[in-house]
Design a protein around this ligand. Structure first.
Ligand SMILES: [Zn+2]
Length: 257
């Protein structure tokens, strides 16, 4: 199984660093996980759009889902050779958000391009030799975390979530935990909707993950500091999907699992 990070930014894309997204591949199966702004362009460095097996969207926030809109245009008008409607596994509200942009009469055309499959807690789909399972997690809109297993390896992606039992359970014993760290510090009384770097490390430790990859860092949170803070709570290796310093110097690492 191969993970390619397509984007790492939270809230808005910057040059060289689209918002959250990744490509998970095993054999001929390629699943695009989260379509944050900028990830559609980055995806095409690695894969022809006709070869996308499915798209999986963690939740409807724009920094994870907005590139579905230009993706619709690509498949509808771009002559990209997609053989049939592309499966889009996403929370139910996502389809409505797209028709909101495209116009009230767009539904039938949208459904010719995308085969929407609404996510529910405890769902599971199989694409070739790749097994996808997801669970509802704790965010301020309906949101899901994902576990992918293929070729004997396992990868868990938190999506956006505060600490919760569902995340602990889904991440149990995974080879690679890809975790958001979308909160730098939580103010007293602030409702938890993201993980801090410490909480990402604690999640990795509790669940027995072998490695931790941080992404979707809070605005202004230095990547090296995030790694240091997460490492203080986790015995295994920690990396960040961004390089500290100039936003122009972001790297988009490829990780073999
Ligand atoms: Zn979110």
């Amino acid at each position: 199984m191969r993970l390619t990070t397509l984007g790492v930014s939270s809230h808005y894309p910057v040059p060289g660093a689209p918002c959250t997204g990744m490509l998970v591949e095993h054999g001929a199966v390629s699943v695009w996980v989260d379509a944050g702004p900028g990830t559609l362009a980055e995806l095409q460095r690695h894969l022809a759009l006709a070869d996308v097996s499915a798209v999986w969207i963690s939740h409807g926030h724009a920094d994870h889902a907005a590139d579905l809109l230009p993706t619709f245009y690509a498949y509808r008008y771009g002559h990209v050779g997609a053989p049939a409607a592309v499966t889009v596994l996403a929370p139910e509200e996502v389809r409505g958000r797209l028709t909101g942009f495209l116009g009230p009469a767009s539904g039938p055309e949208l459904d010719r391009v995308f085969a929407f499959d609404a996510l529910g807690d405890g769902g599971r789909r199989r694409f070739g030799g790749m097994d996808l399972r997801w669970a509802a997690v704790r965010h301020d809109v309906p949101a899901f975390a994902l576990r992918v297993e293929a070729g004997g390896a396992s990868l868990v992606y938190t999506g956006d979530s505060a600490p919760c039992a569902a995340l602990d359970q889904l991440a149990r014993g995974c080879d690679l935990l890809v975790s958001e760290a979308g909160t730098d510090r939580r103010e007293p009384g602030e409702p938890p909707v993201h993980l801090t770097p410490e909480e990402a490390g604690e999640l990795a430790q509790r669940s027995g993950a072998r490695r931790l990859l941080l992404t979707h860092l809070a605005l202004g949170l230095d990547a090296a500091e995030a790694v240091r803070r997460a490492s203080a709570r986790f015995d295994g290796p920690v990396e960040a999907a961004v390089v500290s310093g100039s936003p122009m110097s972001v790297v988009l690492p490829t990780v073999d699992t």
